[in-house]
Design a protein around this ligand. Structure first.
Ligand SMILES: [Zn+2]
Length: 436
């Protein structure tokens, strides 16, 4: 590679910078083929098309996208264990699974070509953040059913970088290896990175001098600009946000470039649109809406118009980095009942179940999520009539039960009966005070 003067590195420059009109044409062509493939190979899609009075012939290009029925998370859960598989099981070379509310996870599947595509998208993701073959990537994402570990692993190898697959946990060892092997890139959740920064100082390291880190690729949960600034200052790195979810291969759907102003969606593989979550009507580019993705070449588990429940703006403006792929300007939150708190999936129904199992408690409660640097979860709950709302042991017991179920710490505040404002309609149980 002779190209060293550019401010940004690209893994597949010809695809990442192709003219927008060519990119749209490629999407259009791939969409038509994918619809035909999904219809022919997945009974669910065939049924959905028939119910809508459509055949694949009705989808002639991007303009027909709004006609295609949505796919939602329940469609995947309803097809447990194999999901909406379009190939024989023996063509699947890997499964991953994401955690669900109770019991059954959502299983996602990959053919050999799917893994290849995913690895390329991850290699682009690393390169977009400035990673090169010369880098040593310390991958602290969890290896296993979660897509983070293997996704970041294969992407780094595809790029040609060196991987140190430390996976999660054992912070002291992470720091020791980070110093001794002189890792230059760290990949983990932003909340763990903040924790790592604090632990490094506590352990007596001088992070800017003892470590050789220059890049952090952080994702799998929303994080603030304040957290970015802190991480960049403590480690002397540039910190990049990336986006993905297991249903869409995993990480590697979109990532920030050298501009750190929006995340480029790899749009030759992921066709993104935004819809009004209420009316389900498509929105013009740049308007805040729910992101919906169609996977354009996936073999094992085709996804047509998958509703992510993530709210964001998508813009097609030119980016100074030279990439033509549209950018997600900001993940504004989830239009769903699931909360991501400190990187952990939390369902309000889990909290409700715990509260309801404690006889001293009433049935009125509020869940408050806030963030300074790290996310904080608080639960305010009324006691049952006649119970002592100043009882510290009771509050402690509730907090302990919540931690056992959620795997994260929750602050519990007991309230006198009648404190929480009653609502005539749907109770507003969750108050999310996080703003970015
Ligand atoms: Zn860019």
């Amino acid at each position: 590679m002779a190209e060293t003067k550019v401010a940004t590195t690209m893994f597949e420059p010809e695809l990442e910078t192709m003219p927008s009109s060519d990119l749209r044409a490629l999407q259009s062509e791939r969409l038509v083929a994918m619809v035909r493939y999904a219809y022919d190979n997945v009974p669910l899609y065939r049924r959905r098309f028939e119910e809508a009075g459509l055949t694949p012939d009705d989808i002639k290009g991007l303009d027909d996208l709004p006609k295609i029925p949505f796919t939602v998370k329940d469609d995947l859960r309803d097809h447990y264990p194999y999901g909406i598989l379009a190939v024989p099981r023996e063509e699947v070379v890997r499964f991953h699974a994401s955690s669900g509310t109770t019991g059954k996870p959502t299983v996602v599947s990959y053919t050999a070509r799917d893994l290849d595509t995913w690895s390329r998208m991850m290699a682009r993701t690393y390169a977009s953040a400035g990673t090169t073959k010369a880098d040593l990537v310390q991958n602290i994402y969890g290896y296993g059913l979660f897509t983070g570990g293997l996704g970041f692993h294969y992407g780094a190898e595809r790029l040609g970088a060196t991987v140190l697959p430390t996976s999660t946990g054992n912070t002291k060892k992470q720091l020791m290896l980070m110093r001794d092997l002189q890792s230059t890139v760290v990949a983990c959740t932003p909340s763990y990175a903040v924790f790592l920064a604090e632990a490094a100082v506590e352990e007596g390291y001088d992070p800017r001098n003892d470590f050789a880190l220059r890049i952090g690729t952080f994702g799998a949960e929303p994080w603030s600009e304040e957290a970015r600034q802190k991480l960049e200052a403590v480690f002397g790195i540039r910190a990049y946000d990336c986006y993905g979810m297991s249903e869409l291969y995993g990480p590697g759907v979109a990532v920030e470039c050298s501009e750190q102003n929006g995340l480029h969606i790899w749009s030759d593989e992921f066709l993104a649109e935004t819809i009004d979550p209420e009316t389900q009507e498509p929105l013009p580019p740049g308007e805040l809406g729910e992101m919906v993705f169609t996977m354009l070449t996936r073999e094992a588990m085709p996804l047509l118009r998958y509703r992510t429940r993530d709210l964001a703006r998508i813009v097609w403006d030119e980016c100074p980095c030279g990439r033509t792929h549209p950018r997600i300007m900001r993940i504004s939150g989830r239009d769903d009942d699931m909360l991501i708190v400190g990187g952990v999936n939390v369902f309000p129904s889990q909290i409700e179940e715990v509260l309801m199992s404690v006889p001293e408690l009433g049935d009125q409660y509020e869940i408050i999520v806030d963030r300074d640097l790290l996310d904080k979860l608080s639960v305010r709950v009324e006691v049952a009539p006649g119970q002592d709302w100043t009882s510290a042991p009771l509050a402690g017991k509730v907090a302990e039960n919540l931690t056992a179920v959620l795997s994260i710490r929750a602050l519990v505040e007991l309230l006198e009966p009648g404190t929480i404002e009653r609502s005539l309609g749907k109770a507003r149980r969750v108050i999310d005070l996080r703003t970015s």
